[in-house]
Design a protein around this ligand. Structure first.
Ligand SMILES: Nc1ncnc2c1ncn2[C@@H]1O[C@H](COP(=O)(O)OP(=O)(O)OP(=O)(O)O)[C@@H](O)[C@H]1O
Ligand SMILES: [Mg+2]
Length: 567
């Protein structure tokens, strides 16, 4: 992680090592100033010492600036790299990861958890090292100056250590609670805001607000508990340090009177006590943050170690595919031991259209998930132009097989960006040509800004049919050799229906196509029809042949679903 920034890291550590004794130098100089010059009434010497003091202070300030800036810069640089790394990792993960992981969790990993790792740098490792170094430096010089006085100062330490430990534990516990509550609150909000329509349709505003109030209340409670720990701990440390100062002055003053201890030493010790308590005051808190950072780091690394990728070992990168698709006894399950597809076999000749029909949940969408290797099959084989799809380079395979999904997903951005997905190889002219071909050009130019119309999240401001047309253009602009279309189940008005129908005909024209069809018009145009039922192929053939099959599933579906609606 820190590797590319070795220079900065070394500099930070070196600065830490230099700064600790430098800070201790000042009380020491003050001591000598009092004892050797002020008491002796040596004015020029005193001025010289004052100058020296000022110089060390100046050097310390400058070095501390470099130290703080470098330590934080290092942290930020590492975080930036890590966020990019985590995002890149997530984008390559197998889709089954996303089936099992809530969206909120992946976002938390890339943003919140990485932010917590920041504390490891900003107030963790290096600063803790620096604090420990200055504590050691102060203790060494204190003992060297007067071991008796040092022991007096240290007499209250057991109390301090016990207090710090209690504080550390209490903060850790409440911090964990805060994190849990914040996660609950985030996922609650995310879900309700995306489902606001349902909330309002069912008049659930009041109930949801009550629920939110409760979550919010718990969250505040957890926060207050951690604030309480701070509110108790810091005054307690102040009292202990005052106690230690009082003891020191009491003992030291007697020493000064009996001339065992010099006045300068007494003054210097008062400064040492400050230097000793200031880092200790923060140390317990810093340890906590370090611990939290470590936990977050563990989670992030856990994600980075997830190697649930589709293995891209294929080497075939054809410029063009003929489009002969063959499924041979394909078996597949999303979850082990719950088979979704059972020995599915079929073949499509280049340029032909296959329509897949079947009741809901029969596995139609699953078939297309497998063709472009979004999931790995458990048995059998899938071949394109005679080669197993695993022999193709994954990106080449997906470049040639365009998939239009059942539910259209649009990103926020312009219509053009949604068509090209920021692929710079596709020009605006190509996008427009594809839109014209499909019959989407007309409606797009009517949008304010035309191809540069800003689409809102998920395309909320466009109609279902419009979203669908954009997704068609998206598929067509890549000029795929194989087109897979999962028709939306939602029905639309007859006029839009005609537009969509026209678009589909253009899409599948002269290329191998697989259509998961819900419209009779689409099915009728297909060369072959595959009837799927509970993951098994029931029938395969053209419209006429299947209709003539007395007692067949297709005939039954046809009569039940289409005849009534068509008439
Ligand atoms: N990501 C997934 N993880 C686990 N099970 C899934 C997943 N996607 C689908 N399934 C299951 O696989 C089966 C087939 O789903 P599939 O989406 O292929 O049906 P479909 O034929 O496309 O239905 P529809 O006509 O409603 O779109 C269903 O029983 C479903 O519960
Ligand atoms: Mg489906």
């Amino acid at each position: 992680m820190v590797k590319p920034y070795k220079g900065t890291f070394t500099l930070t550590v070196v600065l830490t090592v230099i700064l600790a004794p430098l800070a201790v130098l000042r009380p020491n100089l003050t001591e000598r100033m009092v004892d050797e010059y002020i008491v002796m009434k040596d004015v020029p010497g005193m001025t010289m010492m004052a100058g020296l003091l000022f110089a060390t202070l100046l050097i310390e300030v400058i070095l501390r600036y470099f130290f703080l800036y470098n330590a934080d810069w290092l942290g930020q640089a590492v975080l930036r790299d890590m966020r990019t790394k985590v995002f890149r990792h997530i984008t390559n993960l197998n889709l089954s990861y996303f089936d099992r992981t809530p969206i909120g969790q992946s976002t938390t990993r890339t943003i919140n958890d990485i932010e917590s790792i920041n504390t490891v740098f900003s107030e963790g490792s290096v600063t803790i090292l620096s604090d420990l170094m200055s504590i050691t430096a102060v203790l060494v010089i204190m003992f060297a100056t007067s071991w008796q006085l040092t022991l007096v100062v240290l007499s209250v330490f057991p109390l301090l250590i016990w207090g710090s430990y209690q504080f550390k534990e209490s903060v850790r516990k409440s911090y964990e609670k805060v994190r849990n509550h914040i996660a609950t609150m985030n996922s609650f909000l995310q879900e309700r805001i995306s489902g606001m329509r349902i909330v309002q349709i069912f008049n659930a505003e009041q109930r949801e607000s009550e629920k939110f109030k409760k979550i919010n209340h718990d969250y505040t409670g957890a926060n207050l508990r951690s604030i309480l720990a701070y509110a108790i701990f810091f005054p307690v440390v102040d009292i202990i340090s005052a106690l230690s100062l009082g003891l020191m002055v009491w003992y030291g003053a007697r020493g000064v009177l009996s001339a065992d201890i010099t006045l300068g030493t007494l003054i210097a010790f008062q400064m040492y006590i400050n230097m000793l308590y200031r880092p200790i005051r923060m140390l317990a808190d810093k340890f906590n943050n370090l611990q939290m950072g470590m936990i977050a780091a563990e989670r992030v690394f856990g994600l980075l170690e997830n190697d649930n990728f589709i293995k891209n070992t294929g080497t075939l990168k054809p410029v063009k595919m003929e489009g002969a698709v063959a499924f041979d006894n394909v078996e597949f399950s999303y979850i082990p031991d719950t088979p979704i597809l059972k020995k599915v076999s079929f073949a499509i000749q280049p340029g032909q259209t296959l329509a897949i029909v079947g009741s809901t949940g029969s596995g139609k969408s699953t078939i297309i998930n497998l063709l472009s290797r979004f999931y790995e099959i458990d048995g059998g084989s899938i071949r394109i132009d005679g080669h197993d799809i695993k022999e193709y380079d994954l990106f080449a395979l997906r470049r040639h097989v365009a998939v239009v999904l059942q539910d259209v997903f649009l990103f926020s951005g312009t219509v053009l960006e949604n068509i090209t997905l920021r692929d710079t190889n596709i020009t605006e002219e190509q996008a427009i040509a594809a839109a014209k071909m499909i019959g989407a050009h007309e409606f797009i130019t009517k949008l304010p800004g035309g191809y540069h119309y800003q689409v809102m999240e998920r395309g909320a401001t466009l109609s279902m049919g419009q979203r669908q047309l954009i997704s068609f253009v998206r598929a067509l602009v890549f000029n795929p050799d194989i087109l897979v279309l999962d028709e939306a189940t939602s029905s639309i008005d007859p006029e839009s229906e005609a537009i969509i129908q026209y678009a589909i005909e253009k899409l599948i024209d002269r290329r191998t196509s697989i259509i998961i069809a819900h419209r009779l018009s689409t099915i009728r145009h297909a060369h072959n029809i595959l009837v799927l039922d509970k993951g098994e192929v029931l029938e395969f053939g053209n419209h006429e042949a299947l209709l003539n099959n007395e007692g067949g599933k297709y005939r039954e579906l046809y009569e039940r679903q289409f005849v009534t609606t068509e008439v």
